[in-house]
Design a protein around this ligand. Structure first.
Ligand code: NAD
Length: 334
């Protein structure tokens, strides 16, 4: 198939080309290092499919344009599909596939990395030592052993986070509308309210859905323990950033670690070091000493990129050959 790959970085080319070659070069891939938007959709002319990533816009307007240009398949090289208007895709006869499984260790390990960094203030310690400042003042942490951690969403990633933290000796609370036996063996399911009130660390691993946008807001923050550590490596819009800033300023939130941000599409995956960032909320967040931000890199291991590329090429091949689509995404029936 002829495929237009959007938001394409050097590493996307490297891993997708390798996976395409390993499967006998079945597809012609054209790479565009721009976000897919209604304005950039014209680039797909002459292609049968597009390959998109987390911040590409697959809303109704873009999909209409893709359909006009003859696109029949949207294949996402990520797990989340919150950026796709599935109802419009179905109406236009565009099939949507994703990478439903890839190394969950990548995101889980990064999540625990953020917890350790914030707790032991490694971001500050690193800079101090480089500046020949060997004082420990202000660097005190706490033992993770014995800590209560609340995991919101105990699917593939949440489950691995739970296993790692179980190894540290943490007590685990889980909240998930679809509980799993694997989590029950090491943790306890509870209500969201109890999880919020009882946890010293809260970490988000649920998908972004219309019903849980701003799951973390002024009301839920007020229900948390004072000085809580909040980690979000899932999707930015799960968190009301302005409410979190108020929580940090009042001391209700003691630590914040995020790999995702609600307005990340104008910032992440680009080098903006020579520009003036216009997003004041983001800049304010950056100014706090107890906040660590990474730019949507939790997935970024060579194991994950290998899995993602292989599945993406397989999704394209299955679609082209009319084979069953194990990774098709459809709108849930009402
Ligand atoms: P998964 O589908 O295996 O697990 C998600 C779990 O969340 C499921 O068990 C589901 O029942 C549960 N859930 C759904 N709605 C919920 C709610 N309102 N409250 C609590 N739980 C809820 O998905 P996964 O592979 O574990 O990925 C989780 C999320 O991680 C993805 O949706 C994606 O947004 C994010 N992600 C981020 C990165 C990154 O690089 N930062 C990479 C991959 C995935």
């Amino acid at each position: 198939m002829k495929v237009a790959v959007f938001s394409a970085k050097s590493y996307d080319r490297q891993f997708l080309d390798a996976a395409n070659a390993a499967q006998g070069h079945p597809h012609l891939l054209t790479y565009y290092d721009v976000l897919l938007r209604p304005k950039t959709a014209a680039l797909v002319e002459g292609h049968d499919a597009i390959c998109a990533f987390v911040n590409d816009d697959l809303g109704a307007q873009t999909l209409e344009r893709l359909a006009e240009l003859g696109v029949r398949l949207v294949t996402l090289r990520c797990t989340g599909f919150n950026n796709v208007d599935l109802a419009t895709a179905a109406r236009l006869g565009i099939t949507v596939t994703r990478v439903s499984v890839y190394s969950p260790y990548s995101v889980a390990e990064h999540t625990v990395g953020l917890m350790l960094m914030l707790n032991r203030k490694l971001h500050r310690a690193y800079n101090r030592v480089r500046d020949d400042n060997f004082s420990l003042e202000g660097l005190m942490g706490f033992d993770l052993h014995g800590c209560t951690v609340g995991i919101i969403g105990t699917g593939k990633i949440g489950q691995i986070v739970a296993q790692i933290l179980h190894g540290f000796g943490c007590h685990l609370y889980g909240y998930d509308p679809y509980p799993s036996q694997a989590f029950r063996e090491i943790g306890t399911y509870t209500t969201l309210e109890t999880l919020l009130a009882a946890s010293e660390i809260i970490t988000l691993h649920c998908p972004l859905l219309p019903e849980n946008e701003h799951l973390i807001n002024a009301t839920t923050i007020a229900q948390m323990k004072r000085g809580v550590m909040l980690i979000n490596t899932s999707r930015g819009k799960l968190v009301d950033t302005k409410a979190v800033i108020e929580g940090i300023k009042s001391g209700q939130i003691g630590y914040l670690g995020i790999d995702v941000y609600e307005e990340e599409d104008s910032l992440f995956f680009q080098d903006l070091s020579d520009t003036v960032i216009q997003d004041d909320t983001f800049q304010l967040l950056q100014s706090f000493p107890n906040v660590v931000i990474t730019a949507h890199q939790a997935f970024f291991t060579r194991n994950a990129l290998t899995d993602i590329a292989r599945t993406t090429i397989e999704n394209l091949t299955c679609f082209e050959q009319g084979l069953p689509l194990a990774n098709e995404v459809k709108q849930a029936s009402p």
